[in-house]
Design a protein around this ligand. Sequence first.
Ligand code: ITT
Length: 215
Amino acid sequence: MTSHRLLTGKVVIATHNPGKLREMRELMAPYGIELVSAGELGLPEPEEDGHMFAENAAIKAVAATRASGLPALADDSGICIDALDGAPGLFSANWAGPGKDFAPALARVQAELAKRGATAPEQRRAHFVSALVIAWPDGHQELFEGRVFGDIVAAPRGPGGFGYDPIFRPDGHEKTFGEMSAAEKHGIPADGSPGLSHRARAFHILAAACLRAPA
Ligand code: ITT
């Protein structure tokens, strides 16, 4: 059996993405851990040159723990579209360009799908992936991954969430992530079973392994 390490004390949330930061703070909220973001600490964004989500998450967590001397939690994530051979995938953030403007990225997804004649939902299958890595200053690391499957809707819907949320409809739901409240997107049921979003699902495993709710 793998032995996990408990996460305690002050922790860096190693992201510069405000949407992710908000979700990670929400997911961590019940555990009574003091959180500080990479932005609040003025940490630079490391170059993400890994070939897998898990590698990039480790690059970000390790950079933040080295720079701060605190344990750090990073998320590397993206949306993989079957008809586009898994794109944008690792390059999900890059499709928004340096200005991090997602309108062109969402339009590009639609254009690429149209080019391939993918109009029916079953031709527009996609999934989100989240790799969460916690890195400690002594070099210890833990990795947790979550996925959620669904399809790309015909046009963006809903003001909620961030990034690709307005075009992704998870299986079993009519609403896109963009039309859901934060609580609906996390989808964490009271019985403690796994949540809905890729990040909530990865976090569910992380919490069972490394977090204890305060008594
Ligand atoms: P950090 O590296 O600073 O965390 P980033 O935005 O560059 O921020 P990634 O490299 O992991 O993060 O890129 C992931 C991209 O995938 C992100 O910018 C979003 O566009 C998209 N993405 C990930 N999770 C998402 C979610 O829950 N909803 C919508 N889009 C998401």
